[in-house]
Design a protein. Structure first.
Length: 388
């Protein structure tokens, strides 16, 4: 067993780098289409811990999760183009938030349905799952740490977060053949699609290479932001079971990053801030995985069923929202995948429905990254309230 903190860090970084390298290889692409890289980044350290390769009680694991996560969130949010998101218009954003409310309502209902079998402690785990399904992996991890979700609760939720969204994405893509019929039945305002093309345009992907000097500078900025957030969090009032100092740290650093995105600091993206932010986020995920155990997988089967209950409620909200707003099926599908899937898959689903509007899916998913942490914390408190 490895006890040395530096060696444990080397093992975690090696696992992360190895998985990300493998994910870029063409001959392995079909395997990563089944299980995404983020799953292996979490699962492989868990295997290492389960079989005694690394010390699960090492202080370095706690240091990574408590200190690196705020740095990651800052770098990911400081590069957000909020103005571009708002340019999507009220109908697109309305469908996104209706989908988010559907996820939250479904999460609370699903938790109440399975609470007798999994226990009340899973309320916080459902909150973390809702953060992922209204935002993304970063939001799920942020809520996990902010609410101190136990690893035995978090691991089964990761399994749910891996399986259910991919099934749902497949169903969304299959439903594209019903788009004309749905829009006729719904009386959808398809003129909004032309308006979206004019508003959003096409986002051009720019390949950013993270240079060593840029990386050092970005790390210093992220460290300063994390330290500032922790300092401010220490001055804010605590609410037992709801807002701990670390929960405040997550909230403050998110607000700080988002606020600076309206300033020239957003140009840090050109230096590779987003890429480094995800590297740090995945490092946090390896540390969380190294503290988990395969023995915690027992509740996964029933929780997968609960995950599909959440999807069903989410779908009902979206259909009601589309009817109310006369929104085309494209917006319902793009909003749904932006919620459930995130930035990697939302543009894909959007492009399947309307090839010229992949950027709409991306921008809606970025909105999820902004609000997912807050919605997840709120949802966890609803689960906690109704489970008493």
């Amino acid at each position: 067993m490895i006890h040395n903190s530096i060696l444990i860090l080397v093992v975690l970084v090696a696992i992360e780098a190895g998985v990300l390298w493998a994910a870029r290889q063409k001959f392995l692409e079909r395997w990563f289409n089944i299980l995404p890289p983020v799953f292996f980044i979490y699962f492989l350290p868990m295997l290492a811990a389960t079989f005694g390769l690394v010390d699960t009680r090492s202080a370095v694991l706690g240091y990574i999760t408590s200190n690196v996560l705020p740095m990651s969130l800052f770098l990911l949010l400081v590069t957000v183009d909020v103005r571009a998101i708002f340019r999507l218009g009220a109908k697109a954003l309305g469908m996104f938030f209706i989908g988010s409310i559907g996820v939250m309502a479904g999460t609370v209902l699903a938790f109440l349905l399975v609470k007798r079998w999994v226990g009340a402690e899973f309320g916080a785990g459902f909150g973390a799952l809702s953060a992922s399904w209204t935002g993304g992996s970063a939001n799920m991890i942020a809520v996990k740490e902010a609410l101190a979700v136990p690893d035995r609760v978090f691991l089964p939720m990761v399994v749910v977060d891996t399986i259910v969204p991919y099934v749902w994405m497949g169903l969304l893509i299959a439903a594209v053949k019903w788009q004309p019929a749905f829009d006729r039945w719904n009386g959808s305002d398809r003129a909004v699609l032309e308006d979206l093309k004019a508003r959003a345009g096409q986002l051009k992907a720019v390949e950013v290479r993270l240079k060593p000097l840029n990386g050092i500078g970005l790390l210093i900025c992220a460290l300063a932001a994390g330290w500032a957030a922790q300092s401010v969090a220490g001055l804010l009032p605590q609410v037992k079971g709801i807002l701990s100092p670390y929960a405040w740290t997550i909230i403050v650093v998110s607000v700080l990053g988002l606020g600076l995105s309206f300033t020239p600091a957003r140009k840090l993206e050109q230096a590779g801030a987003g890429k480094l932010g995800y590297w740090l986020l995945y490092l946090v995920l390896t540390a969380i995985g190294a503290k988990a155990s395969l023995s915690n997988l027992g509740a996964s089967v029933i929780l997968i069923g609960a995950g599909f209950v959440i999807i069903a409620i989410h779908l009902l909200f979206l259909l009601a929202g589309a009817r109310l707003l006369r929104a085309p099926l494209f917006l319902a599908a793009a909003a749904s995948q932006a919620n459930i899937g995130g930035v990697a898959s939302a543009p894909v689903v959007a492009a399947v429905y309307e090839p010229g509007l992949a950027s709409v899916g991306l921008l809606l998913a970025i909105m999820g990254n902004i609000v997912g942490t807050y919605l997840g914390i709120i949802c966890a408190q609803f689960c906690r309230f109704f489970s008493v």
